[in-house]
Write a new protein. Structure first.
Length: 416
């Protein structure tokens, strides 16, 4: 498989910008397993708001986002930044929803810069005027990652249910004008994976230095649309061949990251390098998560930074300690020699596919539930072979991210 990023990599550093501290291990290996204590939360993701002008069919936000509480105020976000930095956090992602929907974004960036964070804005670009990008530059923003949905105006706008292609193109020009690294992100799935060549050509035309082609991970709204978004293995193979030809053509001019979809692997990725080891998310209402999708996991007692310090969240809360170590694991994970590499895989994927977050990730071919993944892949191949992915895009039956449809995901028990 091609070069890839770990799941949950909503952003990445350019090579010359990675702080040395981010290479540190998340767990202190010298401590016995029964007393495993995590290192600091090196990677802090602040989901500043669930408000978003886009309605993407693959959005990772929870499907019941409209039922969450009010957003944290500026003072609370600044307190979170100070407490996390005091613990040793070094890299900061500002995400959403659309973080530009927050009027205090520049204030938050300025505080983070003063504290010494490397600051990455993860954005659709909607709302990034020249006045705002100038203010963010002055405040100390280090990095902007801009998303596109496709290389064509038709499909880009269809998948987000907006007319934003031209606006995004103008934002890309602003990013170059203000001397930021040109970083593009495109989420891949059945409806656009055959356009990888055109997507990369668009990135080249825009002067992109870094491109993340992130195959959809199926949770959030993507889970609701999985049967219409999951590509075939043949589509994946063609996409990788196209990618390798393009890499050979451009050489070092552009660095391309390709995130392989979990469903086509036989071993799971080490989700977030192990839950509660290096990654801390704070959602708009202050709920703290060991991964950005963990809110869906039933029975996980999640702390809130309104009432709990970041230090207590990280070291003492049941929600962050639950999946540390291996005491929670069932077989075959508990006795598997690979458990220190993949930590049992993705807990959210295990829950969505089997109904139990403690089960082995069904992506693993050692999991008793692996057939749930292979059956989904086989169904996708049959559907595509039958030509069901070929009608006009506006005829696709998809569930678009919409607060009016915002309800919890219903998970059926695993098939035997």
């Amino acid at each position: 498989m091609s070069e890839r990023l770990a799941e949950g990599s909503a952003s990445f550093h350019t090579d010359e910008q990675v702080p040395a501290a981010t290479a540190a291990p998340g767990l202190r290996a010298e401590e016995p397993e029964s007393r495993v204590r995590p290192g600091p939360p090196l990677w802090l993701l602040l989901e500043l708001t669930y408000r978003c002008p886009l309605h993407c069919v693959f959005c990772y936000n929870p499907t019941d986002f409209a039922t969450t509480g009010p957003e944290l105020g500026t003072d609370d976000w600044i307190r979170v930044l100070r407490e996390a930095r005091a613990l040793g956090a070094v890299q900061l992602g500002l995400s959403g929803g659309e973080p530009l929907a927050r009027d205090d974004l520049e204030t938050i960036v300025a505080e983070a810069h003063t504290l010494g964070f490397y600051i990455n804005l993860i954005t659709s670009g909607i709302g990034l005027t020249e006045a705002r990008i100038a203010a963010l530059k002055q405040a100390g923003l280090d990095h902007i990652q801009l998303s596109f949905q496709d290389s064509s105006r038709e499909l880009n706008d269809f998948l987000s249910s907006t007319r934003t292609f031209e606006l995004k193109s103008k934002v890309a020009a602003l990013i170059r004008k203000y001397d930021y690294p040109m970083v593009l992100n495109v989420v891949l799935h059945r409806l656009n994976i055959d356009h990888v060549g055109e997507i990369l050509e668009l990135a080249e035309q825009m002067g992109a230095q870094y491109v993340e082609l992130a195959n959809t991970q199926y949770y959030g709204w993507a889970w609701l649309n999985r049967d219409r978004l999951l590509p075939s293995r043949e589509q994946l193979r063609r996409a990788e061949e196209t990618l390798e030809r393009f890499r050979a053509k451009v050489g070092q001019k552009m660095k391309i990251f390709f995130v392989v979809p979990d469903y086509f692997e036989t071993r799971p990725k080490a989700c977030m390098n192990g839950l509660g080891s290096v990654f801390l998310t704070v959602t708009p209402d202050g709920t703290a998560l060991p991964c950005h999708a963990a809110r869906m996991l039933p029975g996980l007692i999640l702390p809130n930074v309104r009432a709990t310090s970041v230090k207590a969240v990280w070291y003492d809360s049941p929600g962050f300690n639950h999946f540390r170590g291996d005491a929670w694991m069932k077989e075959p994970c508990r006795s598997c020699p690979e458990k220190t590499k993949d930590f049992g895989g993705c807990r959210c994927q295990a829950y969505l596919l089997t109904g139990d977050a403690a089960n082995a990730d069904p992506v693993c071919d050692l999991s008793p539930h692996h057939h749930l993944v292979t059956e989904a892949v086989a169904t996708a191949a049959r559907t595509i072979a039958a030509g069901a992915s070929k009608p006009r895009v506006e005829e696709q039956v998809l569930v678009f991210r919409d607060h009016r449809l915002s309800i919890p995901v219903t998970v059926a028990p695993a098939k035997s």
